[in-house]
Design a protein around this ligand. Sequence first.
Ligand SMILES: Nc1ncnc2c1ncn2[C@@H]1O[C@H](COP(=O)(O)OP(=O)(O)OP(=O)(O)O)[C@@H](O)[C@H]1O
Length: 251
Amino acid sequence: MASILTTRGLVKAFGGFRAVDGVDLDVAEGSVHALVGPNGAGKTTLFHLLTGFHRPTSGAIDVAGRDITGLPPDRVARLGLARSFQITNLFAKLTAREHVELALAARTSIGWRFWRSDKALRRFSPRALELLDEVGLAGLADTTSDALAYGRRRALELALALALEPRVLLLDEPTAGMGAEDVDRTVELIARVREGRTVVLVEHNMNVVGSLADTVTVLKHGQVLAEGPYAEIRRDPRVVAAYLGDADVER
Ligand SMILES: Nc1ncnc2c1ncn2[C@@H]1O[C@H](COP(=O)(O)OP(=O)(O)OP(=O)(O)O)[C@@H](O)[C@H]1O
């Protein structure tokens, strides 16, 4: 399948230390691609490089045939890489629907100029409600975000990322800090929203990776240690050794 996101020779050095050290990544269009690895492997740094939050020291990043290397996060998002989780700040007193309306408005020429102008935002309501329905929040559209439970707020953040109609949806530890019930619900949610989309996720929970990922890239010391389907990766002796002592891999 064609790659929609590629990196070549991607390096991020902090002083003399290479947190990401020559990573070549090929994310197939329509796939769920997980980035895993033991603590300190470079997953978060790679994620920040993909989303423009870090500038690479060297190497290239390409989305749908377009070189996005070194572009700032807002440009990267506009060119089709949207991230969700662990980044969005919700506004306590805005409803779920208003959040999504604003995200939809921000994509258009209206931008943020008509901030909270109900009239200008109302035309985005139908699409906002569709997106809320997609993430299981249809019944909570008029609830303010401060009244939403943690798992529901994360679902709202996902709807905000989807509002950007990304070519690639990047999820940063989507189940971090969740109890078992919310983890299950989030896996179901991602399984639903992945249809017709490409998803890259950083995830510690190997059950989640096993349930969702078509391809898993294992990082260690900033380099790709192994790559392939989860069933192969979890049996790869190099991967098992890298995780030794990390109970997650055995689950
Ligand atoms: N801004 C920075 N300055 C210096 N070193 C950094 C910086 N950011 C990350 N590092 C180092 O780079 C390495 C990789 O960190 P990173 O957070 O990318 O790993 P990770 O795989 O996401 O780990 P974890 O699973 O613990 O979140 C670590 O050794 C970390 O200390």
